[in-house]
Write a protein that binds this ligand. Structure first.
Ligand code: HEM
Length: 503
């Protein structure tokens, strides 16, 4: 093994050797690794890294005119160990402490360069030397069967349509129908019961959001269909990170759920065309997409949209409610605001307007705090031209990684970062949609999450409604976040049963 030869790039390089594991499991293993050991003692064999770039970097350094010494390489092996509950944040903390603020992990033949300093986030989000589409194309191909050419051709138009349909103004229009849907599905829970909080939330939010974004006729219409959807979507979502890296043949059950969902979306796309002029509330998001994408790929983009709209927002709803229920003081303040804002409304058909939501700022802070604490483990860009960060030059081809989850644990921006402190959001001007400095849960730049206004409105309304209508008794302590979801927001890693009673 020719170690010094491999160590060259701007960022320090950590070689995580594995051919047989997928990228995600490498990262997870690394995240859970409690120690980094010196070369030669790992059980894994080495991947090779392109050493040719070293010469090019040498000349580019001059070209970019920065003479600062590039730190010498420290090329180490990371040994994967069994988990003990730590996640992306621990990985970043360990590696940033050992290797500096910009470091590269080589995993499954891919170079992942992590950016950990807030002052570099701007370059991550806005530099012309990095690209979103190239970073996610392979994952899109694996998870939604959209081929490369089609993706590059249609993604910009799709992204523009989705962004345009989910502006704060359009989100406000969607809120009226969403509230009706939440009411209907919450009433299906019955007058009392016991269940997993996560499942209760999914059983209401999945069909309500699908009806709201894809059309009433495209929401599962009875409890059997809802159950079937819930099972297939959960399988798809839980395997998403592996599915985004591996061909279908390695993940049979996951691939089946993908096929099932694609066929469901195919039927939805047909219905969306048929009912183009029947829906009372104007065109749905799916119908808007239909105007830009050929029939062939509409179900595939529909699946991506469906996943993006459910996979992050629903676990966050779980955390928001779990945190509020576990904090008596937070619960009291939230309930006081909710009860005053909704006064003595009909508990079966409770109307929550955006004006009502404005009278519950504390509930919104709780939601923002839940998003902060359970933000996505990683977002990514592909480096397309040499990118200078700090004293480093990152070569084209690297995947640039930023962990919102870890960034939100920086005490400079979020004092007592591990604590659930809704009141820290008092400093943000949320009415003007201004978040706290250092908050990057929705990404940034032109590919920032287009569903962010919708997500916050949806969560705010749902949490207010469910707490107004039902009384909850938690039966389990709050679970830890699962380390399985490195890319998206974290799911609960264990049971969280509640007893509930209609008020
Ligand atoms: C709390 C909930 C949510 C979180 C934390 C979240 C977070 C994110 C993040 C981090 C990205 C990538 C941004 C980047 O790389 O800079 C993203 C992309 C995206 N999100 Fe969200 N999101 C949430 C809810 C939603 C909802 C409710 C929708 C739809 C209604 C949505 C639709 C999308 C779409 C379509 C993309 C891909 C954009 C593109 O292809 O350019 N998200 N989201």
């Amino acid at each position: 093994m020719d170690r010094p030869e491999r160590a060259f790039f701007g960022a320090r390089v950590v070689v995580l050797c594995t051919v047989s594991r997928c990228l995600c499991s490498c990262l997870l293993a690394l995240a859970k690794s409690s120690k980094l050991i010196e070369p030669g003692t790992s059980e894994f064999s080495c991947n090779s890294v392109d050493t040719g770039y070293r010469r090019r970097v040498g000349s580019l350094r001059g070209g970019y005119g920065h003479s600062a010494a590039i730190p010498g390489p420290r090329d180490v092996m990371a040994q994967a160990e069994d988990p003990d509950g730590s996640v992306a944040s621990q990985m970043c903390r360990q590696l940033a402490c050992s290797y500096g603020p910009v470091f590269t992990v080589v995993a499954a033949g891919k170079r992942l360069t992590f950016v950990t300093l807030n002052e570099d986030f701007r370059a991550f989000f806005t530099s012309k030397d990095v690209d979103f589409e190239q970073a996610v194309q392979e994952a899109v191909h694996n998870t939604a069967s959209i081929n490369k050419d089609c993706f590059y051709k249609t993604h910009p138009t799709c992204a523009t349509i989705i962004k345009g349909r989910l502006t704060p103004g359009n989100t406000a229009m969607l809120s009226v129908h969403l509230c009706e849907e939440f009411n209907d599905h919450l009433e299906n829970l019955g007058s009392k019961g016991t269940g997993q909080l996560n499942e209760i939330i999914k059983s209401v939010m999945y069909p309500a959001v699908m009806s709201n974004l894809l059309g009433r006729c495209n929401s599962p219409s009875n409890s059997l269909k809802r159950q079937e959807f819930l099972e297939k979507f959960t399988t798809y979502d839980e395997g998403f990170e592996y599915g985004s890296q591996l061909p279908d043949l390695f993940l049979k059950q996951w691939a089946n759920s993908k096929r099932w969902l694609l066929s469901l979306l195919r039927n939805m796309a047909i219905r969306a065309q048929e009912t183009l002029y029947n829906e009372n509330d104007g065109k749905t998001l799916l119908q808007h997409l239909a105007s830009a994408i050929s029939d062939k790929y509409l179900p595939n983009y529909g699946l991506l949209l469906l996943w993006a709209s459910l996979a992050n927002a629903i676990p966050i709803t779980f955390w928001a409610i779990a945190f509020i229920l576990a904090n008596p003081e937070a619960y009291k303040i939230a309930m006081d605001q909710i009860n005053i804002a909704l006064r003595d409304q009909d508990k079966e058909k409770t109307r929550v307007t955006l004006d009502d939501l404005q009278h519950m700022p504390y509930v919104k802070w709780c939601i923002m705090e839940a998003i902060r604490l359970r933000a996505p483990g990683a977002i990514t860009r592909k480096v397309v031209r040499p990118l200078k960060l700090q004293n480093y030059v990152i070569p084209p081809g690297d995947l640039l990684m930023l962990s919102p989850y870890w960034a939100h644990r920086n005490p400079k921006y979020f004092p007592d970062p591990e604590d659930f402190k809704p009141e820290r959001w008092e400093m943000a001007d949320l009415e003007k949609n201004v978040h706290l400095e250092g908050f990057v849960a929705f990404g940034g730049g032109k590919n920032q999450c287009p569903g962010r206004w919708y997500a916050v409105m949806e969560l705010h309304m749902f949490v207010a409604l469910i707490l107004y209508k039902f009384e909850f008794t938690p039966l389990d302590p709050i679970p830890k976040p699962s380390p399985l979801h490195l890319v998206g927001t974290q799911q609960p890693d264990g049971p969280c049963r509640v007893r509930y009673k209609h008020k």
